[in-house]
Each structure stands twice: as C-alpha cells, then as structure tokens.
Design a protein around this ligand. Structure first.
Ligand code: NAD
Length: 503
C-alpha cells in the first residue's frame, strides 16, 4: 500500500519535524499516510508566526468585509474540492462515505459561510449602556481580536470541529494555531492550504500536527496564546483548563456526554425506534451528543425493545466507501478494546445484551477495528455502561415508572451535553424539555446541530458555547474608552482622593 506524506503548515510554509506520525485506516488497520510529529518547538514557531502576522495587520486590521470575502472564497473552494476532502477524511477516521459527504465535510462550506456572514454584521464598536449616574464625557466600547488563538480538535469530526474554533477566531481578525488530533489531521491540513490559496495571509492559520501530551499541552500552556478553543474528552478538557490557568487564558471547552433519550408513553414507536437508533448508532456512537441512555416507560418496554432489536438488526456494516454501508469501524485498536471492556462490564453487572456484543463475524472485520451495534436492556442508571461515556455503538435501555422518575434518571449524570424527548404531544414534550439539564434538547429528533443556535454543555460537558448568533464573542476582548468632555477636574468626584475645600 502506498502512503502519502502531509507536512505541517506554519507561516504559510510546509514544515517537517524530526520524526513522523503514522495515520491508519481504521477499517483495515493499514498505515495510509504520515505527518510530521510536531513538538513544543513547532508550537513555539507557529505561535511566533501567528503573532507576526497579527502584528503585521494584513488580516487583523483588514475590514470585516475584506475578511468575510476571503472566508466566502474559502467556502466556495471547499465546495469545489468536496470529493478530495471527503477522501482525506475517509482515509483516517472510519466514517462512511454517506456520512463524510453529508456531514463531516458537507457541513464545512455552509459553516464557513455562516461565520463569514456573522463577521459582516459583527459590531466592532458598541454604545455604552444607559447610565444611572451623571457621566461627564463619552464612553464607547470597542471589540478587538484577542491576538493568537489556539485550537485543539478531536478525531471524530476533525475539520468541522476545528472549524468551529478557527472560523470565528479568523472572522474577527485573530491569527490561529490549530493542533488537530494526531489520528486525523489530513482534512485540516488541506483546509489550511485552501485558505492560503484563497488569500488568507501566511501565518494567519498554522497547523501543527503532533500528539496531545506534547504539542497539544504546549499550545494550551503557551504564554503567547490568548485563548484556547478545545473539543475532546472531559479528562483532557480539565487538563487543558489547568494548563491555560497559568497565564489566565480564556477557554471554551466542548467535552463528553452521556445523553438521555426520554421516550414518553404516547410516543409513536415506529419513528421513535428509527430516531433513537440514529441518535445512538450514527458513526458507531462516536459522537459527543450520541443518545446512549434510552429511557422507556415500563408499560411499553417490551413492545419498544422488540421493534428496536428488529430494526437494529438491519444496520449494515461494511466497506466505508460503499454508499449502502450504514456503519464503519471504530477509530482505533485501543478504542475497540475499551468498548469491548465496557460491553463485558455491562454483562458482569447484570444487564442483558440483546443484540451484538462483540466483533462482527467474517474475514473483513478481523483486520481493522470493528464492533457490532450492541443493545443492552435491564440497565440501571448506576451501572458503569450508563454512567461513563463509551464512545462506541452501545445502547443502554433503562425502563422507568413515572415521568418524574424518567427526568430524575435523565439528569442523574455528571454530563449535560444533549438529550431528546419522543412524544406525539408537543406541549407535553416541551414541558419535559424544560426540566432536562442539557445544552440541547431535541424533540422527536437527534443530532440537530445547526449553526444558528448555540451548542455546548451543562455540568462536565463543557464551558461556554460554540455556534449561534454570539459565536464570535468568545474571540474578542472588549475595551471601554472614556473621553472626558467637561474639561474640569473638579467635575469628577476627586474629593474621594483630593480635597477641593480651599477652591
Ligand atoms: P481527547 O480528549 O483524547 O483528544 C482531543 C484533543 O486533545 C486531541 O487533539 C488530542 O491530541 C489533544 N490532547 C490530548 N491530550 C492532551 C493534553 N494533555 N493537552 C492538550 N491537548 C491534548 O478526545 P478524542 O478521543 O479525540 O475525542 C473524543 C472525545 O471528544 C469524547 O469524549 C467526545 O465526547 C468529545 N467530543 C466532544 C464534542 C463536543 O462538542 N462536546 C464533540 C466531539 C467530541
């Protein structure tokens, strides 16, 4: 098998490192590409380039319309090169071609355009609030780019989730250093090349490929970086926060989840079964907002499970480039072993495995990292499979008595990223939605992440929000400027310091 090599992009140049990282196709386990193994030294170089470009002003002091036009050109070019970007994504992250085309890469151009549109309308100057005491002068508020922004992205939607940080940061004039996950950096590297072709000045967007504990940690701790946008696991998010604290860096954290789906007793079971399978099994459950705890009323439990298992049995695993395939592999051998351990723990703790539970049979699944769609019933919310994020195709069905009990179970988690409610009564579903402690609630739907509404988590699912009308706010500093118009020192309450009694 021939492999391709993909250098880092720093200061608009292709940069190499002393050693290389191997990129593996998870459906076969074969090495398909390499990248440089960037280190803290490359982060220093990238931050220096980013700072130089920021101070140079070609981007940071361009008009909002100029920046937005470059971003629109990038969106157009991403659209033209969709197939190539899809192929780069497929090489490394195990998504199916349907999913990569429609979601992973298909969403990139509309998201870039969304941020370009926000940039055109962003208020870089704002009036001060109405004062309740006399102000003898004029106050205004300027919103300025922070400077150098760091982005750390996970492997599951590498370009899209990186973009949720890069694009708002760039839209308001920052320069960016991004460290993609070491397993899936290819689409992000290509995106940076496209951005350069479309007129983004060199040094404004830098991509350092490297492992998290070296390059990632160096970026989170770097004193020259003013803000970190991070998506990944809760454990690493906490570490990033600790590293950023040393120089009081702002952080936005999008972390893990253990999302509940509350099926109410009036739900239409045919659509609900399809919906929760989509919510849980899409991309083999490797999505932060995956619906992994399905709460079903005791009165409809058996009927629900019968339909669920029958429908789940039709999910097609297979070649990721085949348009008929529903599910591909999981990301790595390590992740496969971890998922199989969780499945074993579910069995040990007394849950019933009613579908799947292992590696699929057949030669094609013995290489690469495959796990069958797996469904447990008889799960109680204190079992490990109900409490910890598995990040695999594993669903837990938990039965409940009253609606109140369903809500208690739904909220009994350290996470709070997403959730769903399934019902034929919209009013009732909305009442339940109000009581769920999660950043997103989807009624009769799942995975509805739309750029026009904020996305992020309650509790240990994160800090801050991405997307939505205010998506650019975390990437600016606010500066208030006061201009004295009275010309008289004694017009101010200086007597708290200097007495004017003799005047
Ligand atoms: P991860 O936390 O292992 O890695 C995320 C990124 O952090 C990678 O780029 C990695 O190299 C880097 N990293 C690792 N150690 C680091 C360190 N010490 N300092 C700095 N950076 C470091 O997560 P993952 O396995 O790539 O992704 C899966 C996790 O991401 C899941 O928990 C999932 O729920 C979460 N996720 C959350 C969202 C969301 O929007 N909330 C979206 C996707 C994934």
């Amino acid at each position: 098998m021939t492999t391709t090599h993909h250098p880092m992009i720093i200061g608009g140049e292709e940069i190499e490192a002393d050693s290389r990282l191997e990129i593996t196709d998870p459906s076969t386990g074969e090495v398909v590409a390499t990248t440089p193994s960037g280190t803290a030294r490359h982060i220093d170089l990238a931050v220096e380039s980013a700072r130089k470009s920021f101070d140079g002003g070609d981007w940071s002091r361009a008009t909002p319309a100029q920046r937005a036009d470059v971003m629109s050109a990038i969106a157009d070019k991403v659209g033209e090169r969709l197939d190539e970007l899809v192929e780069l994504e497929l090489m490394a992250n195990g998504a199916t071609i349907r999913q990569a085309t429609g979601f992973h890469i298909g969403y990139v151009a509309p998201h870039v355009e969304f941020f370009a549109d926000l940039a055109r309308r962003f208020e870089f100057e704002r009036p001060a609030a109405r004062s309740t005491f006399p102000v003898l002068g004029q106050s205004s508020i300027r919103r300025e780019p922070i400077g150098v922004v760091g982005a750390i992205a996970p492997w599951n939607f590498p370009l899209l989730l990186g973009l949720w940080k890069m694009a708002p940061a760039l839209a308001v004039g920052n320069s960016v250093v991004i460290k993609p996950d070491e397993k899936t950096p290819l689409s992000t590297l290509e995106f940076a090349r496209i951005a350069l072709e479309c007129g983004l000045p060199p040094g404004v967007l830098n991509v350092v490929t490297g492992v998290g504990t070296d390059a990632g940690a160096a970026l989170a701790a770097h004193p020259g970086v003013g803000k970190i946008g991070f998506t990944g696991s809760t454990a690493v998010g906490k570490e990033v926060m600790r590293l950023a604290a040393d120089n009081v860096k702002a952080v936005t954290l999008e972390l893990g989840g253990k999302s509940p789906a509350i099926v109410l007793d009036d739900a239409d079971l045919e659509t609900t079964v399809d919906g929760v399978l989509y919510g849980c099994m899409l991309y083999s459950g490797q999505i932060c907002e995956s619906m992994t705890r399905i709460l079903v009323p005791e009165t409809r439990h058996d009927e629900f499970v019968e339909r669920l298992v029958a429908r789940a049995g039709t999910i097609q695993l297979g070649e990721t480039r085949d348009w008929e395939t529903d599910l591909g592999p999981v990301i790595s051998a390590r992740q496969q072993a971890r998922i199989l351990d969780y499945i074993a723990s579910g069995k040990d703790e007394g849950a019933q495995c009613v579908l799947g539970g292992g590696v699929p049979e057949g030669d094609r699944y013995q290489d690469g990292y495959w796990v069958e769609p797996t469904i447990f019933t008889g799960v109680s919310n204190d079992m490990k499979i109900a409490r910890e994020e598995i990040f695999g195709p594993v669903m837990s069905v938990i039965s409940y008595g009253s609606e109140r009990e369903a809500l208690e179970i739904a909220n009994d988690t350290t996470y709070g990223l997403a959730s769903s409610v399934w019902s034929t009564d919209n009013g009732r579903a909305l009442e339940v939605a109000e009581k769920i402690q999660a950043g997103s609630v989807w009624i009769n739907d799942a995975h509805q992440i739309n750029a026009n509404v904020p996305f992020g988590g309650y509790k240990q699912s994160g800090l801050g929000r991405e997307l939505g009308a205010n998506a650019l706010d975390p990437y600016v500093e606010e500066k208030s400027i006061h201009l004295d118009l009275s010309g008289r020192l004694d017009a101010r309450p200086y007597d708290v310091l200097l007495s004017h009694a003799d005047d």
